[in-house]
Design a protein around this ligand. Sequence first.
Ligand code: BG6
Length: 264
Amino acid sequence: MSWKNQHGEELLFTSSKAIFKPPKAMRGGIPICFPQFGNCGLLEQHGFARNKVWTIDEIPPPLPPNDSNGKSFVDLILKPSSEELKFWPHSFEYRLRASLGSNGQLSLISRIRNVNGKPFTFSFAYHTYMSVSDISEVRVEGLETLDYLDNLFQRERYTEQGDALTFESEVDRVYLSCPNPVAVIDHGKKRTFVIRKDGLPDVVVWNPWDKKSKAIVDLGDEEYKHMLCVDGAVVENPITLKPGEEWMGRLEILVVASSFCSDH
Ligand code: BG6
């Protein structure tokens, strides 16, 4: 729900109309979409994981020694209840590790294990609501020339042009097989979210714009100006886990001042 920089500024968006009442996820933060992204499937939109109460693992396994320098972390666990098993009859263990580096980098690592007797298949997204100054001052770099599925046009496949992505209307797309990094550059706030991912080939970009915002009860009519969802995701080719197998999906977001510095 919350991730702040060293000046105490919130980096994630939460709607002023967010409803903090189970069994629905609140509008903002980083909801986990599992075991289904979107509404193409038998489950509720974006799956059930975001609507569940997770437990904290009080005695988590330690960080690997080569990755422990100055990091704080918490492990959250989700296991299916008998209610979920009725709709999605697959036993799994899901461990989500959220950690903060000494440079303020947020890392989310999901490990999902099949503890069932049969294979199961899922799609996934870290539905990351970034807080931005003004959506018209934002551009996204790293998606140029990639293919994407456009949810506004029955998931038809298009190819992005050579320019950075800017926003003038509703956007609801799944960019396919995106290389690292993807950068969300906020000119108004003079900061850049640099996103790196592992095990998450696709990137979802969503902003509902004015008309859709009015139809979303837990989002203020004008709040679309101050949010942008850019999600590390697995959408086009869902993951299949055989019994005993584990999947890992890692998202890292670092906020840097001014414009985006490329990897090299
Ligand atoms: C996006 C989807 O990821 O999430 C959109 O691509 C959807 O189609 C949006 O509207 C919000 O979904 P929800 O279920 O949180 O309102």
